[in-house]
Design a protein around this ligand. Structure first.
Ligand SMILES: Cc1cc2nc3c(=O)[nH]c(=O)nc-3n(C[C@H](O)[C@H](O)[C@H](O)COP(=O)(O)OP(=O)(O)OC[C@H]3O[C@@H](n4cnc5c(N)ncnc54)[C@H](O)[C@@H]3O)c2cc1C
Length: 526
């Protein structure tokens, strides 16, 4: 969802949601009663999440539910009516003892510490719906939710747990936020109000800490326990922290989420010194962002070429020259052995004994799939959670998508493959299981304004491969296409990336390019 649509959603929600009270005014695991638009609503707080139900207990016909005890009944969060002790699900309103009885449930959320309830939109009664619990409120998990809502809008009750204390945002755009080119609000994909409007229960800032596969329940850090019919793991990756002395010093930051960007911005300042360890995509985008914020930046890289997994030497050296012209320094090849400092990082030390002073160190040396939760419950994992072509794990009730998975021996670090995984996974959850995920082409684009760089597929030529190369030093344009058996296998482009998507299509389709050979370098319109 773009910023304009988010703003529209916010306005729509603001029109229908009513402020009830501050979250702090409700005791944990207790309820309050509020008169909202003439209706008595019972609002319950569990951890930092809120639930809103009609206050009327249909068994006793009395307005008493807000005084009921809140607890867990066989994995379902319920309130017990103080009169005849019927239990009503906080999520669905369904009476646990009598399938004929239910209470209305209303979208409720906490926005900036304020409890908001939308009484004009009672959520459809969910008795009979199956429940999907999503662990991870990031790009792959929420894309799957969106796809599922398109494909089977009424089949699933969806509950999402997110470790981060916000709605879902476009992680790719953290780099422009760091560089000051975008505001945080502009990268929001699903604001908390979106979940309310779409009847999705969001537990934000509340990671899942345990799964019981036998009982089919998850338990969160705040103690919320929810049963599932299907579980979707979308826990992403975590940045690798080099196991060197000083790695835990204040001032040493990774680059993965909004909290990291906030921390970097806080420490950035004109004339201050930053060292970025890692000359891959993330490291270079971090370096550019910090430079744009006025810092003196040095990139340290273990090898002597940048982005060695995406670029050949020629493109890497053009890239380095462009970054140098922007005022970024490089120390490479160089192996970092220690981060020096007492109560804050002060310098980076290298294997050759040399040091660079630093007020801030950003470690951007790679990511590792987040599989702790999966391994803790015996799900089969290698580097990632193992999934088949339907994104199902070794437990048929549990699916997984995104950077936490390993599919056909491959793990993922870019979003394009995740979109395809999300579509296929949603199709199977929607029981329209005709699609299979067979892997995707990895295409990379650096997001440094003014530097056009694109890489897709293979870029190291092999014995039987042919290189088609264009070098135009005047325009600072470099293009290299790798062709084998009359098929385009890879493309590395610097300076003019306009044909990148066309090359990606040709590579993915495995199209015979013999007839296109003469004009291949010049793009689709030639
Ligand atoms: C700075 C930056 C720039 C990038 N640029 C690009 C780019 O240009 N192009 C590109 O294709 N890709 C880019 N990427 C990679 C892309 O962002 C990721 O591939 C994508 O976000 C992965 O999606 P995911 O849902 O698997 O993981 P994430 O988006 O990381 O989402 C996982 C979520 O799960 C949460 N979580 C983890 N454990 C739990 C738990 N137990 N309970 C609840 N929640 C949990 C995490 O906090 C996180 O919010 C970039 C990444 C970064 C960091």
């Amino acid at each position: 969802m773009n910023a304009a649509v988010t703003a529209m959603a916010d306005r729509a929600s603001a029109r229908t949601s009513t402020y009830v009270c501050g979250l702090e005014e409700i005791l944990p695991s207790a309820g309050v009663c509020a008169l909202v638009e003439g209706r008595q609503i019972a609002i319950f707080r569990v951890g930092d999440s809120v639930y809103a139900l009609s206050n009327r207990d249909p068994a006793s016909d009395a307005n008493v539910l807000s005084r009921g005890l809140v607890g867990d009944l066989k994995g379902e969060l319920v309130v017990a009516s103080p009169i005849y002790k019927h239990h009503y699900s906080l999520m669905t309103g369904q009476c646990q003892e009598d399938p004929e009885l239910f209470v209305d449930v209303f979208p409720a959320t906490v926005v900036n510490g304020n409890v908001m309830v939308d009484v004009r939109a009672p959520q459809p009664r969910r008795y009979g719906k199956r429940r999907l619990v999503v662990v991870g409120n990031g790009m792959a998990g929420m894309r799957t939710v969106e796809e599922l809502m398109k494909q089977a809008p009424d089949s699933w009750e969806i509950v999402v747990f997110g470790a981060e204390p916000h709605g879902n945002y476009n992680r790719i755009l953290l780099s422009p936020v760091l560089a000051g080119e975008k505001k945080k609000e502009e990268i929001v994909l699903h604001a908390p109000e979106w979940y309310v409007e779409h009847g999705v229960t969001l537990h934000m800032g509340d990671p899942v800490v345990a799964i019981d596969r036998r009982k089919r329940t998850v338990k969160s850090q705040n103690g919320v326990e929810v049963t599932y019919d299907r579980l979707l793991l979308a826990t992403g990756s975590q940045p690798i922290v080099l196991p060197i002395p000083g790695a835990k010093l204040p001032g040493v930051i990774t680059f993965r989420d909004l909290a990291d960007v906030d921390a970097m911005i806080k420490r950035a300042g004109r004339g201050r010194r930053a060292v970025v360890i890692g000359g891959g995509l993330l490291g270079l985008e971090a370096a550019n962002g910090l430079r744009m914020r006025g810092m003196d930046v040095t990139v340290v890289h273990l090898l002597d070429t940048l982005m060695e997994r995406q670029l050949d030497e020629a493109a890497a050296s053009l890239l380095r020259a462009s970054l140098v012209s922007r005022g970024i320094s490089f120390k490479m090849p160089a192996q970092t052995t220690e981060l020096v400092g007492e109560d804050h990082v002060r310098a980076v030390r290298f294997k050759d004994g040399s040091e660079i002073e630093a007020d801030l160190v950003v470690m951007a040396v790679g990511v590792r799939p987040n599989i702790e939760l999966a391994t803790s419950v015996g799900l089969k994992c290698e580097r990632g959670v193992l999934v088949d072509d339907t994104l199902q794990t070794y437990d048929p009730s549990i699916y997984a998508v995104g950077e936490c998975v390993q599919h056909r021996k491959i793990t993922f670090g870019l979003v394009a493959p995740l979109w395809e995984q999300a579509r296929v996974c949603a199709m199977h959850l929607a029981e329209r299981g005709v699609s299979r995920y067979r892997g995707s082409l990895a295409a990379t684009q650096l997001k440094v304004t003014g530097i056009d760089l694109y890489s897709a597929g293979e870029f190291h030529g092999t014995e039987h491969a042919e290189d088609i190369v264009l070098r135009d030093p005047g325009r600072r344009v470099y293009k290299r296409l790798i062709v084998r058996d009359n098929k385009l296998r890879g493309a590395v482009l610097f300076g003019d990336t306009s044909a990148g998507p066309w090359y990606a299509e040709l590579i993915e389709a495995g199209k015979d390019v013999a007839g296109l050979r003469d004009r291949l370098l010049f793009g689709p319109g030639t």
